[in-house]
Design a binder for this molecule. Sequence first.
Ligand code: NAD
Ligand code: GLY
Length: 354
Amino acid sequence: MSTSVTVDLGARSYPIVIGSGLLDGGFDLSTYVVGSDCLIVSSETIAPLYLDALKADLGDKSITSMSLADGEAHKTVATMELVLDKLVESRANRDITLIALGGGVVGDITGFAAACYMRGVAFIQVPTTLLAQVDSSVGGKTGVNHPQGKNLIGAFHQPQIVLVDTDTLATLPDRELKAGLAEVIKYGAIADVEFFAWLETNADALVARDAEALGYAVRRSCELKAEVVAEDERETGRRAILNFGHTFGHAIEHCQGYGEWLHGEAVAAGMVMAAMLSDIDRDDVARLIDLIRKLGLPAKPPKIGVDAMRNAMSMDKKVLGKQLRFVLLEKLGAAYVSSDVDADRLSLTLEVLG
Ligand code: NAD
Ligand code: GLY
């Protein structure tokens, strides 16, 4: 059984197909492969689990595959080059389709390689972490990290389809599942207070991996993301709200060393910092902190130091005219972007929490 959410981008529209039993022959992915050849890019952890099952969805397509080293520390230009090398070595043409099988790291690298090879070839996202299913596989942001900052090198490049088999979550470690829940909370906090309340009610079911609850959380998150992306594909405005908690979160990840804190954990603590910076009811900040804790996520960043945090935040992609811009809450369920942040309040947030 599956449902589909459309990312409505005119000629570049695509479906996010969400369901159980979609791998292992449960879905005909071959119709989304542009030519006859595809390259599946996965990782040393995920390929042994799901590569054969994915191949079973590709009919008579000619398939090659490769596995990348696992983890955020490998989300680099050098790793992306390995994908390009493979494409060149195999003399891949413009009608090759790349398929990303894995979490956000594999998806971001593969999508970026697809955006660059021959100035752009087709790609498909098959996300296997909760975070990738609700966020990174949707919306066409692709890229890699630079030693000076997160996701500094990349391109917008939309996939042909996002195929979400929620059964893959069964093998996902608990810590990774919880990291994905941080991005789920984000959608409730910035765009849908009823969904936020649903998360409060269903927190235990989500942590216990209740299939129905997880399925609904994935679908609602994808709907909310698809709506924002359709409105502002290239982040000239509203899309920036999807970065709620990320200005602080990226700085935490950068300062800690990639891979120490998971992306979702850093975003969780970052959302609390952004909420504290917002001019909202303190009860709403308390609700956010409670939900984050209930889902087993950190509500406080590690001790990093104010100067290091400020320095890392200065490389944030939302900085314009040398001015930091933050995603703030107007109230729970509504967010906006502002550079008009009280300097004392920012210092206090960084000192108290950073
Ligand atoms: P990840 O890709 O590193 O995956 C986390 C871990 O889970 C890895 O060790 C992976 O091997 C393992 N794993 C994946 N699927 C599994 C499964 N089904 N069973 C067992 N193990 C599995 O991390 P992530 O949290 O998926 O993604 C984080 C990345 O996504 C960050 O680099 C972040 O910047 C990026 N991101 C991008 C966007 C975007 O819009 N492009 C949005 C949010 C996050
Ligand atoms: N994860 C933020 C975005 O896709 O815009």
